[in-house]
Write a protein that binds this ligand. Sequence first.
Ligand code: OAD
Length: 248
Amino acid sequence: MTLDDVRQRLRDARRVTALTGAGVSAASGIPTFRGADGLWRNFRAETLATPGAFAKDPRLVWEWYEWRRQLIAAAKPNPAHELLARWTRERAGFTLITQNVDGLHERAGADRLVRLHGSIWHVRCWNRCGAGDRDWRDDRLPLPSLPPPCPHCGGLLRPGVVWFGESLDPDVVSAATAATACDVFLTIGTSAVVYPAAGLVHEAKRRGAFTVEINTETTEASSAVDVALRGKAEEVLAQLARSADSEV
Ligand code: OAD
């Protein structure tokens, strides 16, 4: 199987689904979580990205998120974001699912994005007070105080992201699962270790999709997919699109 085979599959496909992870934002200068330069090498996930960590030290957790918000605000979408965003707008039957919370797919103009892990630009009330129960966008940078107070009840606000040990929004999981009924499923720039996201490629394969991985390294999904393309998302996608688009 070569790049040409994948191009052909993409050309012929009616329904295409792509799942992205931190690797698609690497070229924008956002560190990944795992791998050589991964964030988790310097920060222990269980000390920062859990409800327990927040309960213990909300300021420390917010300082970490504020640092990441600054990094992301200074970054720009890269060609991988641009291309996937264009497919959401131009390819009927294309679904984009992301584990990323950085908002770079949206900034590239993605339509109909399924955000599995929430958004770093959203907040909600930690106490789930009546008015603050749902996420809302708060992209002030810097936030006026850390931890920021809930404007409704005066309690604490928390980042609108999914932490370790928390469940994903069931509607979002349903939308992602529905999109595994596709002709081609692309898993791009993800280490494929965090579930339920990592299970989607297996579900797609089980339902008959042609499955493709795009990653700079071998991952947990590599041996399960039909084709594993080694390379940078921003480069491999550009190569695939050149030909796949020419006949769309
Ligand atoms: P990881 O950091 O686990 O994996 C990033 C993947 O991207 C690795 O497999 C790298 O080899 C690959 N990679 C790096 N640069 C690349 C490039 N230019 N092109 C293609 N691939 C590249 O990130 P995720 O799999 O997204 O959860 O992590 C999953 C979840 O773990 C995240 O959503 C986050 C974290 O805990 C939450 O925030 C809830």
